[in-house]
Ligand binder design. Structure first.
Ligand code: FE2
Ligand code: FE2
Length: 176
């Protein structure tokens, strides 16, 4: 049997955490949209993107089980922060909600591209999936900008906070 490559193990652990975090962010946004904020269009868009994230997350969930990889110990914290970020950003308005997607996807774009560059032909199937998922994420980013995401003024601070937080979560989730 092929020995599990440590690098690949870290890739799957962090991607699982990230995709699960994405599902949680959208769940937080939907929570706001089902209670305080009324915007049927936005809700429909977010529900659709959430379905993609669910598909991504389920793929990595299955990989974790198949390869007997330990998920990150921080899942409960990421769940909480994800829902909080989604809920909070949506309360601030549509621009903030969409910026949340744009900021996260910009980090993930780079993150997945890095992994794609490092994966060899012995992980062909995994590589194919990550290439496909990255395309989905880029599509989400485009939707976010089309729907009003902006980095003007105070939004630039929000963008920096979300990006720094996402990168920190990535570093932690690879290792622990
Ligand atoms: Fe995703
Ligand atoms: Fe996404």
């Amino acid at each position: 049997m092929k020995k599990l490559n440590k690098k690949v193990e870290e890739f799957i652990r962090v991607d699982h955490a990230g995709e699960r975090g994405a599902v949680k962010i959208y769940e937080g946004q939907l929570l706001a949209l089902n209670t305080i904020v009324k915007d049927e269009n936005l809700k429909k868009m977010i529900e659709e993107m959430r379905l993609h994230e669910k598909e991504h997350c389920e793929f990595f969930e299955a990989e974790i089980k198949k390869r007997k990889i330990k998920p990150t110990k921080f899942l409960p914290l990421w769940d909480l922060l994800g829902v909080g970020l989604g809920f909070g950003s949506t309360l601030l308005g549509k621009k903030a909600a969409m910026l949340c997607t744009a900021s996260v996807e910009e980090v993930i774009d780079e993150h997945y591209q890095n992994q794609i560059n490092q994966l060899n032909s012995d992980e062909k199937d995994l590589k194919k999936k990550i290439i496909k998922f990255r395309e989905d994420e880029l599509h989400h980013k485009d939707i976010a900008y089309e729907e009003g995401a902006t980095k003007k003024g105070l939004y630039s601070i929000m963008d920096k906070i979300i990006k720094t937080g996402s990168k920190l979560a990535i570093t932690v989730s690879e290792k622990i």
